[in-house]
Design a binder for this molecule. Structure first.
Ligand SMILES: Nc1ncnc2c1ncn2[C@@H]1O[C@H](COP(=O)(O)OP(=O)(O)OP(=O)(O)O)[C@@H](O)[C@H]1O
Ligand SMILES: Cc1cn([C@H]2C[C@H](O)[C@@H](COP(=O)(O)O)O2)c(=O)[nH]c1=O
Length: 205
């Protein structure tokens, strides 16, 4: 694998997509010609299935497998080929979203659900080289989501508290890969910090 994989993670409304959009317009980042992508994927068979699952009362285990199928498709069709051809890939959500969200949705059904979901990915996923965790209190992010207009079934403060804690745990377990960002700051200062750290990383590697 020659290219570098960078991921943006965090709870709903933490500002990942806003920053991803700004990064796409940043001339210094553009110079590296990164491939911008996201999970769930858009416009694919698996992405469409995930979208329907999110909008309905789908069984949580079935949902895990749909998200994971979408990840497999994303890897095979976009991420792996791009990395193999030496490109930088920047993904808005990736496997850590599954660990954090499905780790919580399945916590009463599976013993050690977080490890279970992580194990499901072992041997075939590609671990990111750098992950930004957009950390924010769910009270703030849910309010932002409300202002955005749409509401997904995951946008509940209590649920997102657990997801946030899981993300922070993942970051604490892998400090070499994760950079935790204070996502309550302004979009401009977050974009500046993320862009600087990406450029530092890409120039170093
Ligand atoms: N730093 C910020 N300060 C205040 N508002 C913000 C900030 N970043 C984003 N927003 C606003 O919050 C809302 C959610 O932002 P955004 O869609 O970027 O979040 P997200 O992390 O991609 O969410 P999701 O994962 O749920 O799609 C949007 O209305 C956006 O304009
Ligand atoms: C990849 C992934 C996502 N989710 C959740 C997180 C969000 O609530 C929705 C959709 O994501 P978006 O960024 O708001 O479009 O799905 C999840 O539970 N598990 C995953 O693996």
């Amino acid at each position: 694998m020659k290219g570098k994989l960078i991921t943006l993670e965090g709870i709903d409304g933490s500002g990942k997509s806003t920053v991803a959009k700004k990064l796409q317009e940043n001339p210094e980042i553009k110079a590296f010609e990164p491939v911008f992508t996201r999970e769930p994927t858009r416009g694919t068979l698996t992405g469409n299935a995930v979208e329907k699952a999110i909008q309905s009362d789908t069984d949580q285990l079935a949902e895990l497998f749909l998200f994971t199928a979408d990840h497999a498709e994303h890897l095979a069709k976009l991420v792996k080929p791009a990395l193999e051809s030496g490109k930088t890939v920047i993904s808005d959500r990736y496997s850590d979203s599954r660990y954090a969200y499905q780790g919580i949705t399945l916590k009463t059904r599976l013993e050690n659900s977080l490890e279970w979901v992580k194990n499901l990915h072992r041997g075939w996923t590609i671990v990111p080289d750098l992950t930004f965790l957009f950390d924010i209190r769910p009270e703030i992010s849910v309010e932002r989501c409300g202002r955005r207009g749409e509401q997904s079934k995951f946008e509940k403060i209590e649920f997102l508290r657990g997801v946030r804690e899981t993300f922070l745990r993942l970051a604490a377990e892998d400090p070499e890969r994760f950079i935790v960002i204070d996502a309550s700051l302004s979009p401009e200062s977050i974009e500046k910090e993320v862009a600087e750290k990406i450029l530092e990383f890409l120039n170093r590697n």
